[in-house]
Write a protein that binds this ligand. Structure first.
Ligand SMILES: CC(=O)N[C@H]1[C@@H](OP(=O)(O)OP(=O)(O)OC[C@H]2O[C@@H](n3ccc(=O)[nH]c3=O)[C@H](O)[C@@H]2O)O[C@H](CO)[C@@H](O)[C@@H]1O
Ligand SMILES: C=C(OP(=O)(O)O)C(=O)O
Length: 430
């Protein structure tokens, strides 16, 4: 049995390096398959989703190696299969990028449905709409779907809703299509821009990524190249929230502060002092947090992926806070767990009504997804006694070493691996 054990911690102080973005990396790794030569990606974090991608790479003949200097080298020249095992596809969310990438390169892909964090409904209809608009047919089977096209042709695609994943997938599929594609109502997230930057580096012709209208002029092949992934704005935001809870002073290093605008604005509203450097952000927490309102939306709005850790922070604020989740209206699996720790939160439709300032008490709680895990870790830092968080594998989908980073700032946190089988060590092995 594995769990994260957090004990009441004092003020956090120090600085942490922020690794490459999980969401960007997952797109870049699939995008690299489309090249006709070797691609080197710098800064890809050693997160759990990488394990799935290594398995997929092995199956399809993509040579993927982590170099001694930490770079990931991908050689897509010998890919011999465009079939992604349904089990591997459903082990994480962004497997859907292999659909766009392999369709673009081979004109056919067979792939299982995406998994990832479970917020009840995570449709992929907009991805499918983009593939179909480019001339592909899509056939659904029990545990997989097949996308195929004798030729992909540029098209004008109007997304019905803003989707990060569908925007990137539409871009991937259109890069090698014949002619011009426009993606309207596109997501403007930094990770979309990062995917376009890699593809353009390889010879794609993508214009306007980062705006809501992206133009893609199809090219017949892509070269190899080198690209560094952008830093993880979501990991960075969660460390700033942690210092808001405990008090102290923490600097997140190697970030792009412009990507963190809405998070920084909300932290200031909640009473944190923020200093912005060229590629760092420092938060100074007094331990006093002000109640506020959060409403998630797509970038550049307040990120849904920061909603759960922000909820932990607002538990500290005396008075009423309201958190409204507009991107994934059911993303509240952390709330019953926080209630176990003494939090007073009422859920109505897509909103959590928080009565802050109640003392939290450590308990056994379960992380159902990446950010629910972060939220519980943060709550554990200020709860009385020990908080034990199961579902560690979810946390590991998003963080390379949240425990090591928080420990380096002074947090009382460890990973406990307890062997439970008869005859094996029954004590905690930390
Ligand atoms: C691997 C990855 O990058 N994951 C991120 C990505 O997920 P993901 O790309 O899956 O999320 P989307 O941006 O697509 O979802 C945004 C909204 O669009 C809806 N939608 C999406 C696609 C679709 O075909 N139809 C549809 O209706 C979703 O239900 C949701 O309400 O963006 C989310 C929103 O910022 C983040 O929380 C995830 O961390
Ligand atoms: C929702 C998330 O991830 P995924 O889309 O990979 O499930 C997340 O990172 O918070």
């Amino acid at each position: 049995m594995r769990y994260i054990q957090v004990e009441t911690s004092g003020a956090l102080n120090g600085s942490v390096h922020i690794p490459g973005s999980k969401n960007s990396s997952l797109a870049l790794l699939a995008a690299a398959c489309m090249a006709d030569d070797v691609v080197t990606l710098e800064g890809i974090p050693a997160i759990d989703d990488m394990r799935q991608i290594v398995g997929i790479a092995r199956d399809i003949g993509l040579d993927l190696q982590r170099q001694d200097n930490g770079d990931v080298r991908l050689d897509p020249r010998f890919i011999h299969s465009a079939t992604i095992d349904p089990g591997k596809a459903s082990a994480y969310r962004a497997s859907y990028y292999f659909a766009g990438a392999l369709l673009a390169k081979f004109g056919r892909v067979t792939i299982g449905f995406p998994g990832g964090d479970d917020f009840k409904s995570r449709p992929i209809d907009q991805h499918i709409k983009a593939f179909q608009a480019l001339g592909a047919t899509v056939t659904f089977r029990e545990d997989h779907y097949v996308v195929e096209a004798s030729e992909l042709r540029g098209a004008d695609i109007y997304f019905d809703t803003i989707s990060h994943g569908a925007t990137v997938n539409g871009m991937l599929a259109a890069v090698r299509a014949k002619g011009r594609t426009h993606l309207y109502h596109a997501a403007v997230d930094p990770e979309v821009v990062d995917a376009a930057a890699l593809l353009n580096q390889l010879g794609a012709r993508i214009y306007g990524a980062g705006t809501d209208c992206i133009r893609i002029e199809g090219v017949p092949y892509l070269n190899g190249g080198i690209h560094a992934v952008i830093p993880d704005r979501l990991v960075a935001g969660s460390f700033l929230m942690a210092v808001g809870m405990t008090g102290g002073q923490v600097t997140v290093k190697d970030v792009i502060p412009e990507h963190m605008g809405s998070c920084i604005a909300k932290l200031k509203e909640a009473g944190l002092e923020i200093e912005i450097g060229e590629n760092s952000v420092t938060a100074i927490g007094s331990g006093i947090v002000k109640a506020t309102r959060i409403r998630t939306s797509m970038y550049p709005g307040f990120a849904t992926d920061l909603q759960q850790p922000m909820t932990a922070l607002l538990l500290m604020a005396k008075g009423k806070s309201i958190v409204t989740e507009k991107v994934f209206p059911h993303r509240f699996n952390h709330v019953p767990q926080l209630r176990r720790m003494g939090a007073e939160i009422e859920l109505r439709k897509d909103s959590a009504f928080i009565k802050g300032g109640r003392p939290l008490v450590g308990d056994w709680v379960h992380a159902t997804d990446v950010r629910a895990g972060t939220c519980l870790v943060l709550a554990g830092l200020v709860a009385e006694g020990q908080t034990r968080i199961t579902g560690v594998e979810h946390v590991e989908r998003g963080y390379t070493d949240i425990i090591g980073s928080l420990r380096s700032l002074g947090a009382n946190i460890s990973l406990v691996e307890r062997k439970t089988e008869a005859g094996q060590c029954g004590s905690d092995c930390i």
